[in-house]
Design a protein around this ligand. Sequence first.
Ligand code: ATP
Length: 545
Amino acid sequence: MTESAKVDMDKIVSLCKRRGFLFQSSEIYGGLNGFWDYGPLGVELKRNVKEAWWRDMVTSHDELAVAAGAPTTYEMTGLDCTIIMHPQVWKCSGHYDLFHDFMVDCRESKKRYRHDQVRGRWVEFRGQKAFVATQLGGDEGLAEAEARALKFFGLRAKDAEKLAWDGPLVSLTKVSDFAQVLGPDAKTLGTLTAPREFNLMFKTYVGALSGEEGAAFLRPETAQGIFVNFKNVLDSTRVKVPFGIAQMGKSFRNEITPRNFTFRSREFEQMEIEFFCHPQASPDWYKYWRDRRYRWYLELGLSGDRLQLRDHEQDELSHYSCGTADIEYAFPFLPPGEFGELEGIAHRGDFDLRSHMEGKLVRQGNELVVELGEDGKPRHPGSGRDLSYFDDITRERFTPHVIEPSAGADRATLAFLCEAYQEDQVPDEKGNPRERVFLKFHPRLAPVKAAVFPLVKKDGMPEMAEKIYRELKPHFNVFYDEKGAVGRRYARQDEVGTPYCITVDGQSLQDGTVTIRDRDSLKQWRLRAEECVAEISGRLAGKIQ
Ligand code: ATP
């Protein structure tokens, strides 16, 4: 991580806490690692992100028009399923057997690490070799590896050139023998255990039964609720293939090393679509969703420089997928050139519907077949329900193929926050330059759309400002503030990304006009008080520039 990138992230994290975007969960008890609470402004921002997604993908989707680039018309509908589902769902989906990361434990520090997240560098001094591990990447990782190597060999900083380094920072997964590994928090070599599997699903018990009969899991993704309701949606809505079902809600993963603010949490929210289509049309639909979802982030303000669409290599694809792409963002907490996943768009074939019909599938050559147990019966039997689709125009019966755009609401919110953070210089009331921090949110995402101020707290200005506030309030989230110098009130609104500030001043009382100030351009102009609703609505909708 570069010094400037690090400073930015520290500033963003501190602004988030100071202004009530994000708090550590259970903070008064010392916090709980991997869990975050959204504060008064954070909850508005995240709701706006989710509402923009639901509106753009579901309710505003025009079923009668061929959307830009879509192969044909299509329908969209929604669902809201439970977090705890029948345990067989996770056996058939593959999560019970396969949803794990590898972890390593340190016998000395008693810390646990995700195997693929530990990096390190080989170094030699006076014939002794060591792989010095760190959890950091980039320049920070290199600096930490050097400091730890000096300490390990009992050297001072001025002796750094005596260390013989061999190669760059590499993942611990490239090291086969841990005897010479200096764990990230260890003082001696060889304290890390061999990697072990760790299932990421949280286990719980349903009802009074505490034994395995009552065991269930908190969902690690929202997608499975959609697959198991596929037939219910078909029968109750008469939708026709191609169509999509959207769902957003909480998911839980017992991540081994939660980190990078909300990026990797143990409780988080997903926004997922399962799009069902004819197998032959599925490659075209895959391309459509990949591009459509990428555009969505750009339309809401992420910059093309920091956003990338990355197609997975063949060896990265899940065993059932014939195409997957990730939408990734260059978060400021990552080393330069590294990107973090915001959303994955996967072509999942008929894997999910068939697994829930027939039983958990495995690949055999080019085929997906039901995995059998030692008794020759399906190891994890499916529901036995018919989840195929009958096209009454072509008279064809088939199991639809699925395209899955799967996004994280918290990661999207964090990316919009990081992108919005800006600093510039503005003249203060005496004309001297003052540093300004502002969040340049897209108007749809801004937690507060406008603030109304009386210039001073007398002469009838508060009464007029309150009236404007009440006129605006039914239309959007508006904030009223009469405390302190007006310059400070502007600065507070800039810092939370409020696009417009309306001020009632002496002239307002005489001619009924007020000033309106634009957060980004800092331009101010006058308009009649009763025009405020139309002006702000028009600007938020992009109809007035
Ligand atoms: P990663 O590789 O970063 O762990 P993933 O590939 O396992 O992510 P998916 O299973 O594809 O993630 O989940 C879809 C989306 O859900 C991700 O793109 C991300 O936005 C979100 N997500 C997944 N895990 C987390 C998490 N631990 N914290 C916050 N969001 C998450």
